[in-house]
Design a protein around this ligand. Structure first.
Ligand code: AMP
Length: 281
């Protein structure tokens, strides 16, 4: 497997692979890989002859009070894991390679980004949209893979690709969970065993809402309250949001109809976690 630290290196490699008639798949990540990431890579391998993953902890998408410096990193381990699932190249640029002095161009997706994590993290999705655009321009993938775990991110990127006529297909891959139901996340490594057990409240509350919908509940406010109350019972968890929005517009809803996104976020200790499910009325 090839490791590229610079843009010219990865471009040269991909030109050769494209010359061989290969379809190129891209899995953007911030590293510290887990089974969720690896599932995206396996999915890419099924569709594409050449799979590239990017590993870049993107400073643009972190706020000044956030965990950019603490974000877990282990490139050597990541390379070994990616190699095992058949990834062909890892693009792991240094910060200056992506954002050289003088950088001042950003991509802003409106409307979809003013709620959920976008409301809690001003500038976050601007950072995400900008880095993903750069990665798409560098790699020029035929397919790019994103996790449903970050549902709002996947919707924002999908809108951006459509609005800016980016020539690739996005694949959204279902959330991979621990047997406890906890959605896998690099940030789970910040949690103690006790906190990990508490964090299962996210999925438990989502499942409770799903059951209520299956029993006929359609009142969005009641469903939100159900989720908030369950999370409120978990001593170690503080609710950040529990919201239900239409798909794919993320418009407010009073009554459930068709498909809707139920997204939750809690803080456990210093770590903020997110999870979501799609409710089907
Ligand atoms: P990250 O490294 O956290 O930026 O994640 C890179 C990609 O992996 C994003 O598209 C995430 O949505 C996806 N991802 C992260 N965790 C999971 C998970 N548990 N299941 C599925 N996809 C995931």
């Amino acid at each position: 497997m090839l490791l590229c630290r610079t843009i010219p290196e990865i471009r040269k490699y991909l030109k050769e692979q494209r010359g061989r008639g290969h379809l190129i798949g891209l899995v953007p990540t911030m590293g510290y890989l887990h089974e969720g990431h690896l599932t995206l890579m396996r999915r890419a391998k099924e569709q594409c002859q050449t799979v590239v993953i990017s590993i870049f902890v993107n400073p643009l998408q972190f706020g000044p009070q956030e965990d950019f410096a603490q974000y877990p990193r282990d490139l050597e381990r990541d390379i070994a894991l990616a190699g095992k699932v058949g990834v062909d190249a890892v693009f792991a640029p240094e910060g200056e390679e992506m954002f050289p002095p003088g950088f001042c161009t950003y991509v802003e997706v409106e409307r979809l980004t003013d709620k959920l994590c976008g409301a809690l993290r001003p500038g976050h999705f601007r950072g995400v949209a900008t880095i993903v655009t750069k990665l798409f321009n560098i790699i020029q993938p035929d397919y790019a893979y994103f996790g449903q775990k970050d549902a709002q991110q996947a919707l924002v990127i999908r809108r951006m690709v459509a609005d800016l006529d980016m020539n690739l297909e996005l694949i959204t891959v279902p959330t991979v969970r621990e047997s406890s139901g906890l959605a896998m996340s690099s940030r789970n490594s910040f949690l103690s065993e006790e906190e990990k057990a508490a964090a299962t409240v996210l999925y438990r509350s989502l499942e409770e809402a799903r059951r209520a919908v299956a029993s006929g509940e359609r009142d969005v406010e009641k469903l939100r309250r159900l989720v908030s109350e369950l999370i409120g019972q978990e001593r170690l968890a503080t609710l950040c949001y529990a919201e239900i929005y239409s798909l794919p517009e993320l418009a407010p809803l009073q009554t459930l109809q068709g498909q809707a996104l139920l997204a939750v976020s809690v803080r456990i200790g210093k770590t903020r976690l997110i999870d979501n499910i799609i409710l089907e009325a």
